[in-house]
Design a protein around this ligand. Structure first.
Ligand code: NAD
Length: 314
């Protein structure tokens, strides 16, 4: 099989490239390195079945040429903006990196006859709801530019699927963590403490509570379905238990050997505007397809804290 992975030099994309190569498939990775890093795909580059193109995925002409030349069977479209702080200041970032990349990929697939698409959507798409656990049937009320660009992408995928007989598998990930992470609260805490180990300032009151899933478990869910989907299929993928920010702050401090330093919480629920402070995830639908998470959210956090402190902590 010939796979194209957009955003393949990023956190999840680089893990995916590795796994596809291990299965013996050919992988073309496209990334503009806005957030990804060539060191993430260091291991892949040695493999003759791997090619890397430093290309912006909105460059439709290049995407078409790559799909045609490489005889792409399926696209894993993971390229997106994942820096929500930046896009809060500049919504254009989401329009370009999250929405227009999707539009460009769909147009290129339409023009080259590629019929299978995987799309990485997000729990953020549910936005402000009256309550969770979120299920796939819930209404979508995204409150961030990132969430709305993913929602617009999903809508575009629907129409391109219908008009062009493209099959699309859409996974709405909860929080995914693990080694090579390029963003997220664990990484933020580690870098804050590296800069100043005397105390930790936390955004919000620390009771923000979310489900954290380890990246390998997400990959099992992605590869379990492989190409076996028809029309547009949507699944929530995430952990069934949750972890709060206080647990994460204490775990990072302990792992960095800084026990006893003060942790300063703010007197407000929300760490930043647009954050969904607490949510749980309903994953019954993907469970019925045969995928179940193994580690609890707390176990996932503790494992990732260890890995990231080893990677960045010193
Ligand atoms: N990590 C999570 O918790 C999480 C949760 C929900 C959804 N997702 C989605 O999963 C996907 C991968 O996320 P990640 O956590 O690996 O983030 P990441 O930032 O590490 O990966 C995204 C990659 O896309 C690349 N990229 C961005 N704009 C591009 C463009 N215009 N052209 C080419 N490449 C471009 C970046 O350089 C980066 O390497 C994203 O679509 C993200 O929205 C991630």
């Amino acid at each position: 099989m010939n796979y194209l992975v957009t955003g393949g030099a990023g956190f999840i994309g680089s893990h995916l490239c590795n796994r596809l190569l291990k299965n013996g498939d050919c992988v073309v990775c496209v990334d503009n390195l806005q957030r990804g890093d060539e060191t993430n795909i260091r291991g892949c580059i040695k493999n003759a079945k791997f090619k890397f193109y430093k290309v912006d995925a909105t460059d439709q002409e290049s995407m078409e040429a790559i799909m045609r030349d490489q005889k792409t069977d399926m696209v894993y479209h993971l390229a997106a903006n994942t820096d929500l702080w930046e896009s809060m200041k500049d919504p254009e970032l989401e329009h370009h990196c999250t929405f227009l990349t999707t539009q460009s990929i769909l147009n290129a697939m339409r023009n080259t006859g590629v019929k299978k698409l995987f799309f990485s959507s997000t729990s953020v798409i549910y936005g402000e709801q009256k309550g969770s656990p979120f299920t796939e049937a819930d209404e979508l009320h995204p409150i961030t530019y990132y969430g709305s660009a993913k929602m617009a992408s999903e809508a575009y995928i629907y129409s391109f699927s219908y008009m062009n007989d493209i099959d699309a598998l859409i996974y709405r990930f909860s929080n995914i963590i693990g080694d090579k992470m390029t963003h997220g609260v664990i990484r933020d805490f580690i870098f804050k403490l590296k800069n100043d180990p005397t105390h930790l300032d936390v955004r919000g009151n620390g009771y923000q509570t979310k489900p954290y899933l380890y990246v390998d478990e997400l990959l099992s869910a992605i590869l379990m379905i492989g190409k076996d989907f028809n029309g547009v299929e949507i699944y929530n993928v995430g952990a069934t238990s949750c972890t709060n920010v206080r647990f994460i702050a204490e775990a990072v401090i302990k792992e960095m050997g800084l026990e006893g330093i003060p942790i300063n919480y703010e007197d407000k629920e929300m760490g930043y505007k647009g954050d969904i402070v607490k949510y749980e995830y309903n994953v019954d639908k993907i469970n019925k397809r045969g995928w179940h998470s193994i580690m609890s959210s707390d176990e996932t956090v503790l494992r990732t804290v260890k890995e990231l402190v080893r990677e960045f902590g010193n």
